[in-house]
Design a protein. Structure first.
Length: 318
């Protein structure tokens, strides 16, 4: 067995029982257990992921996620009340729709301002709760720096009708990976927007021509490109997944779900997860003697709560 290749040990039966438990308790508690359910799945994923003979771990709790959601809800209510008061005051100005327009602009501004907070806070929380060999991961990104990258990226992507997105993606991933660390050692990522653009262009055109069949090969190209440009301690990751493997496994997963009337969903998920994870390896073993602990005491679940609140509102409105 390649000691530098990721291994995934989960089984469909284990995941099925976990999902069944999560679903039952989420329904019984009117959705409250969903925070514990999400944590259960992440613990399951981490504990079944192995590299170099050691399993990963996840130390987040449903309780801290629930409290984070309540804090996020409080922030949302305060912001909503503030915008409502401003709209009410501006309504006395004799300009048609002035208060409503200002209210919409303020709401849009708040949403855009929350994006970098969610990105940084969510990444800090997830990495700080993920462990390997008794050390934790971490994220040292700054909200203002992420805001600049996202502000520029989103604006130029809109202006260019999506053409700029590959360059935005390359800059965003380079920043996030360079600020992500294991212990006190950071990851690296180097990519070119032009290369990603042609990957997307090729994938889009060939997927149309082949009525979607080429999409599996597009996914393989993207996964291989991203992993092959990610490094740790100067050692590069490698991904050797192929479009043919993805296509066949997607087809098998679809048939499993179809002929079991959905019961086989867990087995399909495990099959696909194993395929993508076990295609990844590192070109050489890590020198753990140079890595030391660097805890992050500032990480909390509030940003995740904001994200969960946004997803809840989106689902409610749709």
């Amino acid at each position: 067995m390649n000691n530098t290749r990721l291994q995934y040990h989960a089984t469909g039966g284990q995941l099925f029982i976990l999902l069944l438990k999560n679903m039952f308790l989420t329904v019984v508690t009117l959705g409250i257990y969903s925070f514990w359910a999400r944590t259960n799945v992440q613990k399951f994923m981490a504990e079944n992921l192995e590299w170099a003979g050691e399993r990963f771990s996840f130390h987040g709790t449903g309780k801290e996620r629930f409290i984070g959601f309540l804090k996020a809800l409080g922030i949302f209510i305060v912001l909503y009340i503030g915008i409502y008061i401003i709209q009410t005051i501006l309504a006395y100005i004799p300009i048609p729709y002035f208060g409503m327009i200002v209210g919409y602009l303020l709401t849009l501004g708040v949403v855009l301002a929350l994006v970098p907070i969610i990105v940084v806070g969510g990444r800090k929380y997830l990495t700080s709760r993920t462990g390997y060999r008794n050390l934790r991961f971490g994220f040292d990104g700054k909200i203002l720096e992420v805001a600049k990258i996202y502000g520029k990226g989103i604006l130029l992507t809109i202006i260019t009708l999506g053409i700029y997105y590959p360059w935005f993606f390359a800059e965003k991933e380079a920043y996030i990976q360079s600020k992500t660390r294991y212990g006190n050692t950071n990851f690296g990522f180097s990519a070119e927007g032009k290369e990603i653009f042609f990957l997307y262009l090729k994938g889009f055109l060939l997927s149309i021509v082949t009525l979607g069949i080429y999409y599996s090969w597009f996914l393989a190209d993207i996964q291989n490109y991203i992993w092959n440009r990610t490094s740790f301690q100067g050692k590069k990751f490698r991904s050797d997944i192929t479009g043919g493997k993805i296509f066949v496994n997607f087809l098998i997963a679809y048939l499993i779900i179809l002929f079991t009337l959905g019961i086989g969903f867990a087995w399909a998920v495990v099959r696909l997860t194993k395929l993508f994870i076990e295609s990844v390896s590192l070109e050489a073993e890590v020198d753990f003697s140079t890595i030391s602990a660097q805890p992050d005491a500032t990480a909390n679940a509030t940003a995740e709560g904001l994200e969960a609140l946004a997803e809840t509102l989106e689902a409610f409105l749709s």
